[in-house]
Ligand binder design. Structure first.
Ligand code: ATP
Ligand code: MG
Length: 506
């Protein structure tokens, strides 16, 4: 008779059931083997499990022990199988009576030598799997309980150590179920407020539009004109996450092992600012054990690429597909994995290598060739995916020293939130939240233009040589500008403003 215990493995962003089964006897005395495609961490589990069982005052069997993790084809990463492995052994050797049926439960957790449980990654996807399967209870390390309970209907039991769990299972049960509390969604305090920025009103306006509709924005201007500073104020006008979005983001952070929140839920829109030396894998995801990259960690938030032209071209090109589809597909020998990547791209760069091309005060020292080569670092297809191109000129000294009151971020954010509410109503029967996510069909349906506006856009398509993508992106941007005015129709002025942000070929 072998004993079966259930656990789960995270593949991509989803979990799959894993069966853990212990056998004793046969073969060499005192050996302990784990089979079923374990990676190095699972093999190391042998030592941890052995130590934890002994230090919890149970005897580790002196005969041969074999543990099988099934299905064999499923890759199993990380130490979260320690707990189910220990339990299946303890049931096999009688410390948990055979009549106690563990088959309706899922167990996850890393064991310390002492027998204490340590938190693991990817708990939310496992809890969502348990909910789908109607699992009777999910046993997790104490620190993961709040995250697991985000799945709401699944009974979650927080475990301190192996001994405590075994006594609870042997009965009478004494560990209390983790209670469900509706998580409060509030943003973390914002460090930079838009009112700290003098002038640059046109950039602040563009940021408001980008935040409202989820549009991409590129700033270019001379050194010291405030591009990086402006970008840092962007989170202060981003709308709050709704619960569904927060769950999506939490899943990604959970799998990446970057979940820091005490109650297990990511509450603020992510703002990721990877350096231009970041590798392709770090940026788009993948790797030997495929995990989410920066573009997925920025999901539902912002990816800020400062010094845009310094990023290696292949790294930027790898973002073409996710910028279009909002998802990155990582291909591995074992199959494809999808990671969501719907983010606002906020980029900033100088207009040329010396930085002063077009500056009103300092002459540019670059040759025409140098300027051309610098611009070529960013390909046409990437430029085409950026809805708003903003020149950020230096602010003159008079403006910098003036004490003119400027709108603060809270006021701007209110307008952004209102525009998001309008979009939520528009997309209530769909799986999207913002205008930028509309399909071409939806754009046609939601962005009706009057005769005059139609004429304007058709002449713009001709004179600016706009691609079909650019055409739809302009309509979506105009839709957001109209939403900010709470205007049900796109006016000529709304369209004209959207057009003015489009890249003018140089
Ligand atoms: N409009 C502004 N209002 C207030 N302070 C400003 C403004 N513009 C620039 N500054 C000040 O100048 C500093 C430098 O700006 P910032 O680093 O944002 O420039 P940048 O455009 O990113 O330059 P670079 O191209 O060299 O990266 C800021 O930290 C800030 O103190
Ligand atoms: Mg900068």
């Amino acid at each position: 008779m072998s004993s079966k215990v259930f656990s789960a493995s995270v593949v991509g962003l989803d979990a799959e059931m894993v069966e853990v089964e212990a056998e004793t006897g046969g073969g060499e005395m005192g050996t302990f083997a784990i089979v079923g495609l374990p990676d190095k961490a699972v093999t190391e589990a042998r030592e941890r499990v052995k130590g934890a069982i002994k230090n919890s005052n149970f005897d580790f069997p002196k005969i041969r022990v074999t543990v099988n993790l099934a299905p064999a084809y499923l890759p199993k990463h990380g130490p979260s199988f320690d707990l189910p492995i220990a339990l299946s052994i303890l049931q096999k050797i009688g410390f948990i009576p055979e009549k106690i049926d563990l088959n309706n439960f899922i167990f996850i957790g890393e064991l310390a030598f002492s027998g204490d449980l340590r938190p693991v990654k990817g708990v939310l996807p496992i809890a969502l799997l348990a909910r789908r399967l109607g699992t009777a209870a999910l046993f997790v390390p104490e620190e993961n309980a709040a995250e697991a309970k985000l799945a709401k209907t699944v009974p979650v039991f927080p475990i301190k150590n192996l001994r405590q769990l075994v006594e609870h299972l042997r009965g009478p049960a004494f560990i209390a179920e983790h209670p469900y509390r509706d998580p409060e969604l509030f943003n973390v305090p914002i460090l930079y407020d838009m009112s700290q920025i003098k002038g640059q009103e046109h950039v602040k306006r563009a940021m408001e539009i980008a935040a409202a509709g989820g549009h991409n924005l590129l700033m270019f201007g001379p050194p010291g004109s405030g591009k990086t500073m402006l970008a840092k104020t962007f989170p202060s006008v981003l709308p709050d996450l709704n619960f569904e979005e927060a769950l999506e983001v939490t899943k990604i952070y959970s799998v990446a092992g970057k979940l820091k929140e005490k109650d297990g839920l990511v509450k603020s829109r992510p703002f990721r600012a990877p350096h231009h030396t970041a590798s392709n894998v770090a940026l788009v995801g993948g790797g030997a054990q495929p995990g989410p990259g920066e573009i997925s960690l920025a999901h539902r938030g912002v990816l800020f690429l400062d010094e845009f032209a310094e990023f290696p071209r292949p790294v930027l090109e790898a973002m073409r597909q996710p910028l279009e589809d909002g998802v990155i597909t990582v291909s591995r020998a074992a199959g494809h994995l999808d990671f969501p990547a719907k983010f606002i791209l906020l980029a900033s760069m100088n207009p040329c290598p010396c930085g002063y091309f077009g500056d009103r005060q300092k002459a540019c020292s670059c040759s025409a060739m140098q300027i051309q080569n610098y611009r070529k670092k960013i390909s046409g297809p990437i430029i085409d995916r950026i809805d708003m191109h903003l020149e950020v000129p230096r602010v003159d000294f008079k403006k910098l020293s003036e004490e003119l009151p400027s709108e603060n971020s809270a006021v701007i954010k209110k307008r952004v939130q209102r525009a998001r509410e309008i979009q939520a109503e528009r997309f209530k029967n769909e799986k999207i939240f913002t205008n930028s996510e509309m399909s071409s069909d939806k754009t046609r349906f939601c962005c009706n233009l009057d005769k005059e506006a139609k004429q304007i856009i058709s002449s713009a398509v001709e004179t600016l040589n706009l691609s079909a993508r650019a055409y739809f992106r302009i309509l979506k941007l105009a839709r957001t500008i109209a939403d900010l005015e709470e205007n049900p129709n796109i006016s000529v002025a709304n369209l004209a403003e959207a057009l003015q942000y489009r890249e003018k070929s140089t």
